[in-house]
Write a protein that binds this ligand. Structure first.
Ligand SMILES: [Fe+2]
Ligand SMILES: [Fe+2]
Length: 181
């Protein structure tokens, strides 16, 4: 890639390389769960993908980064498919430490992933979880995630949460998904 990517170009790249993820039925569960502030897990994941591509572009890393793996790992990094704000008898108490692995487990069930994608999803909570990513794509995902999460958590929009659409149960996913709303 030569010139710096525009916002629209980045959005198109995410849509192109992440189409199967974005359109997957189970990904729609993320539309009915808030992640941070008034941002759903779905919107957060797309933001993280766009920001990860922007970071790679502005740091001139294209000779070292696989674009498709970066986008897919970013889109799937929070594919845990439950609402972590639900109390659920304390089941989600360790969410911060466990959801990378849960996201990977769900993603492996629904998609074919390469080593970069697997590692980057599982380790995206580093340094909260102790094992660092093995690939540069993983560092880009974790950095983009932290920047996005901080912005979303402290945005003014957090005071204006809309009711999200209720989601029909998807029995094959397990009980967590049904508790989206
Ligand atoms: Fe996460
Ligand atoms: Fe995230």
């Amino acid at each position: 890639m030569g010139r710096l990517l525009t916002r629209t170009q980045i959005q198109r790249l995410v849509a192109k390389h992440g189409r199967d993820v974005i359109e997957h039925d189970h990904m729609q569960i993320e539309r009915c769960c808030y992640q941070h502030g008034n941002v759903t897990t779905f919107a957060h994941s797309v933001r993280v993908a766009c920001l990860a591509v922007w970071l790679a572009d502005r740091a001139h890393l294209w000779h070292r980064v696989d674009l498709r793996s970066l986008i897919r790992a970013a889109l799937l990094h929070d594919y845990f498919l439950y609402d972590w704000h639900d109390w659920d008898n304390g089941e989600h108490r360790w969410h911060g430490f466990t959801h990378g692995r849960a996201a990977l487990r769900n993603a492996l069930r629904d998609f074919t992933l390469n080593d970069i994608e697997r590692d980057s999803i599982e380790k995206h909570m580093f340094p909260m979880t102790p094992v660092p990513p093995a690939y540069i794509e993983g560092y880009l995902v974790t950095l983009a995630d932290k920047i996005s999460a901080t912005r979303e958590t402290f945005s003014r929009g957090r005071f204006h949460k809309k009711a999200l659409p209720a989601r029909a149960p998807l029995p094959e996913i397990g009980t967590g998904a049904r508790r989206c709303r």
